[in-house]
Design a protein around this ligand. Sequence first.
Ligand code: HEC
Ligand code: HEC
Length: 480
Amino acid sequence: MLKWKVAALLALLAFGTGIAQSQRLWDPPAINVFPDHDRAARNARLAPSILRDGELLFATRFNRLDGAGRPASTGDSKPTPRLSRLAERFTRASGPDSASCAGCHNQPFTGGSGDFVANVFVGAHFLDPPTESVGTETTNERNTISVLGAGAIEMLAREMTQDLRAQREAGRLEALATSKDVTVRLSTKGVGFGVVKVRPDGTFDQSQLEGIDNDLVLKPFGVKGVGVSLREFSIAALNHHHGIQAIERFGWERTGRRDFDEDGVENEFSIGQVTALTLFQALLPPPSRPVPQNAALRKEWGQGEKIFKAAGCADCHVPALKLNAREFSEPNPFNRPGTATPTDVAGLIRLPLPAGGRGSGVEYGPDGSLLVFAFSDLKRHKICDPDKPFFCNEKLRQDNVPTDQFLTAKLWDLALSAPYGHRGDCDTVSEVILNHGGEAAESRERFERLSDVEKKVLVRFLLTLGASRYQPPRRQHEGG
Ligand code: HEC
Ligand code: HEC
C-alpha cells in the first residue's frame, strides 16, 4: 500500500517537473553539424562546407535531444513564456507543427513551396493555451512559399531600403537648409512608395507612404511583407514550427535564460547554424523558365508576355528588377534586435549569387548588374474589395499591415508552386487572377475583357515561369 503511494507521488513529481526531463531517451540528437560563422568569414574556402551544413540543417528532422519542442514557450517570434507547460510535442494549429523545414518547403525539391496540407496557421502560434482551432478568428492560414532564389530577393530589398532612406535623408537636409517643408516622392528601381513630407525641424509626415512601413525598411519575406531577412524569418520559423530556439534571440544575453523553452536542452541553435541555414536558402538557384525552342513557341510566349503587360499585370508583377550587387552577404545590416547584424559577428560572409543566361531567373544584365526576374515589385498592395472579397478572408492584423494588403506574389515559380494564393486555395492560375480586386481591380477587368484565346495564351505564358526543369506538357504544343 505504502509502495503504491510512493510510486504515485514519484509519478506526480516527475510529471510536474516535465516529461522530457524525467524521460530517458536512447536516440542521438538529429543535428550533427556545428558550423562557425566567424571561421567561415575568415576563410573563404569553408564556403562549400557551410552551405552543405545549411542544406543538412534545412532537412534535419529535429528531435527532443536537439531541443525540439517548446513546453514553456509560445511560438511567438518575441521570446514569450507560456503560463502553463505544454505536454504535447506537436500541435497542428499552434505548433510545433513539423519535424523539419523541408517538411513543408519541398515542392519540387528541398527549399521549394508546399502543398495545402503544409499550410501554416499564423497567429495561432502565439496562443496560450495552445489552440487546435483553424478558424479565421484565431489564425491567418497561409500556404508555403518557396525560398528558391531568395538571396537575390533579400539583396534587392537591402538596396531598395538604402535608396528610400537616402531619399528621405536628402529631403531632411534640404528642409533644414531651406527652412521649408519638403515633399519627397519615394521611388526605387522604378517602384514608387508614396510620399514623405519633411519639416524644417527634421520631423516627418509619413501618412502618405504606400506599401512600406514607417522605418522604410523594405521587408520582402512572408505573404504580408513583414520579414526583413532570411535570417530573421528562419529564427522565427525555427521556434514556431520546431521549438528550436536560436541563441541570438532566445539565449542568455537577450532573455537571461539558457533554456528559455524549458525542454531540458540549452543553447539550441548557434549563430553559425543560423548562418548556414540562411546561406543555403540564399544561394538556392532561382526558379528558371525555358527558352522557347522553336518559332511557334517564341511567338506564343511573346504574345503572352505582351498581354500580361497590356492588362496591367506588370505594374505590380514587375518582370525584372535590377540588382547592383553580385554577391549575397550575411548578415543583413537592417536586421532588428534578436537577429544577428554585422556588428555581432567577426565578419561578413560573401558568396556570389547564382545567376546565368537568358531564362535563368537571375540573369547577367548588359552593364554587369543582375536582372532578377521574380515578377514582383516587392511592395504591398490592397488586393481585395467588397466586390472581390476572396483575398479579404483574413481577420487578424499582422504587424499592423491592413488585412486586405499583401505583398505582390513572386510569379517566377508558378509552374512549381500550385496551389496558389496566400491560403493556397486556388488550384488554377485563372482563379487567382479572377479574384484580384482592390488596387488590381482595373487590371482584372482588362483580363476579363480579353478573348478566351488571349486568356489561354496569357495563362500558358505564366505557366512557363519556373518550368524549365520540366518538359512542357504535350498539349501545350497543340493548337487551340
Ligand atoms: C509547417 C510548414 C512550414 C515549415 C515547417 C516551415 N515553413 Fe517556411 N514558410 C511556410 C509558410 C506557410 C510560409 C509563408 C508564411 C507567411 O507568409 O505568413 C513560409 C515562408 C518562409 C520564408 C519566406 C519566404 C518568402 O519568399 O517570403 C522563409 C525564408 C521560410 N519560410 C523559411 C523556413 C525555414 C528556415 C524553416 C525551418 C526552420 C521553415 N521555413 C519551416 C511554411 C513552413
Ligand atoms: C495591384 C497590384 C497587382 C496587379 C495589377 C496584379 N496583381 Fe497579381 N497579385 C498581386 C498580389 C498582392 C498578389 C498576392 C495575392 C494573395 O494574397 O494571395 C497577387 C497574386 C497573383 C498570383 C498568384 C501567385 C501565387 O503564387 O499564389 C498570380 C498568378 C497573379 N497575381 C497574376 C496576375 C495577373 C495575370 C495579373 C494581371 C491580369 C495580375 N496578377 C495583376 C498584385 C497584383
